[in-house]
Design a protein around this ligand. Sequence first.
Ligand code: DAH
Length: 339
Amino acid sequence: MHEKINRLLAEIEGCTAKSNDEVEALRVGWLGKKGSITSLFEEFRQVGAEEKRQFGQQINRLKQAALEKINALREGLEHHNDSKQTFDATMPGEPAPLGARHPLSIVRGEIIDIFKTLGYTVAEGPEIEDDYHVFGALNFPPEHPARDMQDTFFITTGDNPVLLRTHTSSVQVRVMECQKPPIRIICPGRVFRNEAISARAHCIFHQVEGLYIDENVSFADMKHSILYFAREFFGEKVQIRLRPSYFPFTEPSAEVDVSCNICNGKGCNVCKHTGWLEIMGCGMVDPNVLEASNIDPQKYTGFAFGMGIERIAMLKWHVRDLRHYFENDVRFLRQFAAT
Ligand code: DAH
């Protein structure tokens, strides 16, 4: 018995535990109903009277040692858990990954900022429009091909069908309906066209429309405003050229090219060896458009222009495939983090 007690003492001294469950298992093993120390108390009853005193003291000491060990192990575990949760404010922080603004938002913001310095304010209109605001009031004849199902997503049929706007020029009409000249607005927004998705086209894209109406607004004013924009956006050295064009809502109309910012006008495969890149359409607001919105074309003149944000963004960063802007691949988007 003496030997058994010493063995148990050594066992108690040397044991460790990694969890509260393990401590509990030790307690049951020593002091439970069938525990090794409990059974020593059974054996103690059979011990002769002369040895009782000595063994009694030893068994009690053993029990005490077991209880102390159990408490020490429990405390040790609690302390360990505590220290795990302790917050050390002096440790270097975990760096939060920086987000990036979407490249199209960056370009939209830059375009708006440039025109703001010329006194333009931002106007917005609905993406779900009707035929009148997208076509009718902008002088599109009833049989104009842009009204075709091939180009336009129609929502309803009828006299003035509801549709997804195919350009932000509709915002011009919304503003002219409720504002009198002088009007100087810039209208960024999302537009929709029934196009097959490719590297150069998408069925959802973004435009910025500009409109300036006042007394004596001239073609020269328009040309200068566009030159100012091009220089601010592409740099001081950029040149512009206007090519005659046609839009139902402007007369005369033009398309604007900037000198290629990759080869500086010498000719490369981006500008198809012409030295020029097309950036927008523009023109003097057709008198029919002013009249449709009750603005007197005898008194007022104006100019308008419209450009695709994706196209401008592709030129700015030399992105060759428009689909990158819509796929949200973080490897692409992260490149704009510091912009
Ligand atoms: N709305 C035209 C388009 O989507 C772009 C445009 C061209 C807007 C000439 C204008 C403009 O205001 O004058 O292709």
